[in-house]
Design a protein around this ligand. Structure first.
Ligand code: TYM
Length: 333
């Protein structure tokens, strides 16, 4: 049976890319009746320095974001990674299965570590082994993510296959990345060649889920574009990264394909299109940020939700980790 797992790091503010590329799709898969498990990956967050007070706060904010965007803690299992210790335990096993050479090919590590890879934490390097464990410790089959995480899910498949092969078992299913829709790679509002990211120093480059209506409208008004009217067919977006990005965002927010969207907005100037986009973004995001604020007013309730999620998760992860240890030959008495 299909089982869905995905995760988001509780570091920095949630932005439109996280919402369109991930959370909103998580809620949709849940509502299709699939078995869904969604995670705040606090152990991943500490691969770069996090202030302890900020980490707890960001984790609760992320939990509120999930719920406000439609992830229902009754229908889905909603967990914080460090509260389900089997993730970290299986991560060790996976780091023994994975090869150095595989890890060295991960583009996210190269991007994040930059030129000074010697100074990066060891955790940042082995991060994909923990991500593989997150997925495999549930025997998850489907992993909805944005485009930037595709390589990590493919690595997870390689690790699972090598485990199965090395131990002569058919134990871990190979999970499929699920990367669909027009917003699998939302780009920066300031530079159409860079993805929208929590770590971009320019706040104007992204729309944060908690931004107020004026801020959202202003960021869209100032978003970089070219000077031509919008085309009425997708081919007309060739070589126009910024225009393509804004149209993709509009399409995703209004739940339509790129062609349908261009059918509506083709021919408009940016001075006409941007206010429409801002209005749509505000209409969709304002209820979410209001609900997040309401949920965050009661942090104890969020902590109860996470505790309950962890209990449900461990009913799944305990037996799978136990069986993996048995397969490896570890004493289980
Ligand atoms: P993270 O926290 O960087 O991002 C969370 C999710 O948001 C997606 N995303 C985007 N989608 C579209 N456009 C963007 N500009 C954009 N920016 C981010 C990401 O693709 C992701 O789906 N390693 C993961 C977290 C993780 C995980 C997992 C995911 C840990 N374990 C297991 C799936 C399964 C990460 O750092 O995502």
């Amino acid at each position: 049976t299909p089982r869905v797992f995905s995760g988001i790091q509780p570091s920095g503010a949630l932005h439109l890319g996280n919402y369109l590329g991930a959370i909103r799709r998580f809620a949709a898969m849940q509502d299709k009746g699939m078995e869904t498990i969604y995670c705040m990956v606090d152990l991943h967050a500490i691969t770069v320095w996090q202030d302890p007070a900020d980490l707890a706060q960001s984790t609760r904010t992320l939990c509120a974001g999930y719920i406000a965007a439609g992830v229902d803690p009754e229908k889905s299992i909603l967990i914080n990674q460090s509260q389900v210790p089997e993730h970290a335990e299986l991560a060790w096993v996976m780091s023994c299965v994975a090869r150095m050479g595989w890890m060295k090919r991960m583009t996210q590590f190269k991007d994040k570590a930059g030129k000074n890879a010697e100074k990066a934490s060891l955790g940042l390097f082995v991060y994909p082994a923990l991500m593989a464990a997150d997925i495999l410790v549930y025997h998850a089959t489907h992993v909805p993510v944005g485009e930037d995480q595709k390589q990590h899910v493919e690595l997870t498949r390689d690790i699972a296959a090598k485990f199965n092969h090395d131990y002569g078992v058919d134990f871990f299913p190979l999970p499929d990345p699920v990367i669909e829709g027009t917003a699998t790679r939302v780009m920066s509002l300031r530079d159409g060649s860079k993805k929208m990211s929590k770590s971009d120093p320019s706040d104007a480059s992204r729309i944060n889920l908690m931004d107020d209506a004026d801020t959202i409208a202003q960021k869209i008004r100032k978003a970089r574009t070219d000077f031509d009217a919008l085309p009425s067919e997708a081919a007309g977006l060739e070589g126009r990264a910024e225009a393509r990005n804004l149209v993709n965002i509009y399409a995703a927010l209004s739940d339509r394909t790129l062609d349908e969207t261009l059918g509506e907005v083709g021919g408009l100037q940016f001075s006409e299109f941007k206010p429409k986009l801002a209005e749509l973004a505000v209409a969709q995001l304002a209820p979410i940020s209001d609900e997040m604020r309401r949920l965050l007013a009661d942090p104890a309730e969020i902590d109860r939700i996470l505790a309950a999620g962890a209990r449900r998760a461990r009913d799944i992860t305990g037996p799978i980790l136990g069986r993996a240890y048995e397969i490896i030959g570890m004493i289980r008495s």
